[in-house]
Each structure stands twice: as structure tokens, then as C-alpha cells.
Design a protein around this ligand. Structure first.
Ligand SMILES: Nc1ncnc2c1ncn2[C@@H]1O[C@H](COP(=O)(O)OP(=O)(O)OP(=O)(O)O)[C@@H](O)[C@H]1O
Ligand SMILES: [Mg+2]
Length: 228
């Protein structure tokens, strides 16, 4: 196995900043000279047929997964990165009613990625308890991949409660947490630093970085704000 370390990126919610944090992490590790791959195994919404010029099939491709593909150290087949792309922005267990998520298929793709890069990052979908099918959710996926979790906390009103709830659920699952990342998604957030300090005290895991609010994405800048 080439992989030395993998991480499962979860968040306090959908739209928490998981993808921005994942891409920043990919660039952070690449700067350290490591080979990096990533995965967005289940994506619902923001999925569209690929441009006609690239079309080999009519499968849907998702924006998060394409970004992860672009930022890898090496070219990786899209199907490995995103085995499940659903068109509608609804919970995967609903979006996937005709083609439900099979955990084994994701594990199979992940096992291939483990042979390709030293660092493999897997972005979840939604939050920690987002259902993937009738009986399994994101927490089961993190377990199935046997990866430590990185928790992305969207710094906005309500974030302390969301961070503590998610942290407690990760602890209850007995899954190690490598740390958390604060993503400043709200430019008008009041008392941002106090909120971050409160979460830092509540979570017994290292703060790996505070990603500032940016009007437009600059993943190299964000990578510079991370430290393991
Ligand atoms: N540092 C930032 N500064 C400003 N806006 C940000 C920042 N990080 C994220 N955002 C905004 O928040 C949105 C959601 O971020 P992102 O796509 O990373 O969330 P996500 O948790 O991956 O969402 P999903 O559940 O759809 O996968 C982005 O489209 C972007 O507009
Ligand atoms: Mg995302």
C-alpha cells in the first residue's frame, strides 16, 4: 500500500466548507512533497453531464469531485473519485432511490486510491448523520474506510452547538479525530474569534487551521493557514 495516511473530512452541516478545506489540505500536503489523492464518494446536487468533448458516457459529474480530481498529484479516473453522483440536491438515501449507495463499492474504489498516493482525503456528504441508503449513514462510511476524521466547522451563528453535537457523535462512534478546521463562511459573523475559542475549548482535538473568509477561492492562501 502506497498510502501512509488518509483522512475522512466531515462537517457540521452541508455547505460547511468541507470541499474548500479538502482542497486546501490537498495543496498543503502536496507542498510538503507528498503525493495526494482525494475522493467524494457520494455527491447529490451540483452534478451535470460532462462536456460533450469529454463525454465517454452520459454519467453525471459533480463539482466537488471534479475539483478533487484536478487537485490530485496524478490523473485519476473520475469513477474512482466519485462512484455515486446524483442530480438532485437532496439527501443521498432519497436521491439514490433507484441506485442506492453500496458501501462495498466505495471501499473498493478507496482501496485502489490507497495504491496511488501517500495521502488520501475522503470528503463526506452533508454532515455526520447524513443517510446514504436505507440503513447506513456518513458515520458508517467513515467506519467502513477505517479513517480518522477531520471535522470542518462552518463558523456562523449556531456553530458552537453544531460543533459540540458532531464532536460528541464522533466520540460515541469511537472514531479517532485528527483535528478540526474552522472555516469562516460568514463575512458578517460577530465575535468570530470568541466562537472559535469556545469550540477549541469544547473539542478535545487540535485546531488544524482557521480558514479566513474569501470573496473568491484562493486555495493556496488557505493551504498556508493549515498546520498539522
Ligand atoms: N473560506 C471561505 N470563504 C468564503 N466562502 C467560503 C469559504 N469556504 C467556503 N465558502 C463558501 O461556502 C460554500 C460551501 O463551501 P463548500 O462547498 O466547501 O461546503 P461543503 O461542506 O463541501 O458543501 P457540500 O455539503 O455541498 O459538499 C462555497 O461554495 C463557498 O461559497
Ligand atoms: Mg462539498
Amino acid at each position: 500500500m502506497v498510502m501512509k495516511q488518509g483522512y475522512f473530512i466531515t462537517g457540521t452541516d452541508t455547505n460547511a466548507g468541507k470541499t474548500w478545506a479538502t482542497i486546501a489540505l490537498m495543496r498543503y500536503f502536496r507542498r510538503q512533497g507528498k503525493t495526494v489523492a482525494g475522493m467524494k464518494p457520494v455527491a447529490a446536487g451540483y452534478s451535470f453531464p460532462c462536456p460533450a468533448s469529454e463525454r465517454r458516457d452520459d454519467r453525471l459529474k459533480n463539482e466537488d469531485a471534479l475539483l478533487i480530481q484536478e487537485n490530485a498529484s496524478l490523473p485519476i479516473d473520475y469513477d474512482l473519485i466519485n462512484p455515486y453522483a446524483y442530480q438532485l440536491p437532496v439527501s443521498p438515501h432519497i436521491a439514490g432511490i433507484d441506485n442506492p449507495v453500496k458501501m462495498a463499492k466505495i471501499v473498493e474504489s478507496f482501496n485502489v486510491l490507497k495504491e496511488l498516493a501517500e495521502i488520501v482525503l475522503v470528503e463526506g456528504a452533508g454532515g455526520w448523520f447524513t443517510p446514504l441508503n436505507d440503513s447506513e449513514d456518513i458515520s458508517d462510511l467513515a467506519k467502513a474506510l477505517a479513517l480518522p476524521v477531520i471535522l470542518v466547522v462552518a463558523i456562523r451563528l449556531g456553530c458552537i452547538n453544531h460543533a459540540k453535537l458532531t464532536w460528541q457523535a464522533i466520540q460515541n462512534a469511537g472514531i479517532p479525530c485528527a483535528g478540526w478546521i474552522a472555516v469562516c463562511v460568514d463575512p458578517d459573523m460577530l465575535n468570530r474569534d470568541e466562537n472559535i475559542r469556545t469550540i477549541e475549548t469544547a473539542l478535545n482535538a487540535p485546531l488544524l487551521g482557521v480558514l479566513p473568509y474569501l470573496a473568491s477561492a484562493d486555495f493556496d492562501l488557505l493551504a498556508g493557514r493549515l498546520a498539522f
